[in-house]
Design a protein around this ligand. Sequence first.
Ligand code: ATP
Ligand code: MG
Length: 249
Amino acid sequence: MPLLELDGLSRRFGGVLAVDRVSMRVAEGEVRAVIGPNGAGKSTLFNLITGVLAPSAGEVSFDGKRITGLPAHRISQLGIARTFQVTALYPEMTALENARLAAQAREKGRWRPLGGGATLREAAERGESALARLGLGALAGRPAGLLSHGDQRLLEVAMALAQDPRLLLLDEPTQGLSVEETAQAVETLAGLFAAGGVTVLLVEHDMEVVFRLAERVTVLHRGAVIADGTPAAVQAHAEVQRAYLGGFS
Ligand SMILES: Nc1ncnc2c1ncn2[C@@H]1O[C@H](COP(=O)(O)OP(=O)(O)OP(=O)(O)O)[C@@H](O)[C@H]1O
Ligand SMILES: [Mg+2]
């Protein structure tokens, strides 16, 4: 059984079919990239999976259960965590405080018969461990706004990981980074994925990054899946090359 299954998922905005009958299965432990030109529907797809947006048609199943139409906080409690395309953290708070808050966010609303004390302590531990997994342990006490742009993007991944997700959705984790920062972030993420235990859906523009990180790639073009396979197979695909020429950056 796949961990995540999308079946005919669609979303319309007025006259624009932003996501067009997307079907996809992601196995537990897989690192899958979703690529496509600007406006292909990648972020909208993430918003449909995480319950930020309701689909116009189709179904989302997670761990064998239909989650279509559930509110975002319920889906997050079920174990899907995400980062956003645009940096989203509290700049005045330290890296650890950001990670701890993210860990607590998932705890909210969970049934806790023994009260909140254990929950707070667990959240702190999960925040610290997530920072360590992203190589940010030494920066835990630093205000997030004073971290380098690359470390801020990694902190966002740590914040998602601190929620102890079964599925991690990363929306362009290297967007806006310099060549050096991208290389460093990619190596850190490769190490995290190689350590196992997490299933990843990754939106990425940079094919080199996709090659380094993903086992399998799904290509979106105008909302629809036009190719699906290994990075090498997908890159050789004629329609994908046309889509690239038509606007991949
Ligand atoms: N809230 C919205 N209201 C109206 N149209 C939207 C909305 N969100 C996205 N769209 C449209 O849906 C289409 C897909 O947008 P989306 O942001 O999902 O693309 P993307 O693949 O993430 O692009 P990028 O690579 O630029 O991040 C675009 O035509 C966009 O203008
Ligand atoms: Mg996007």
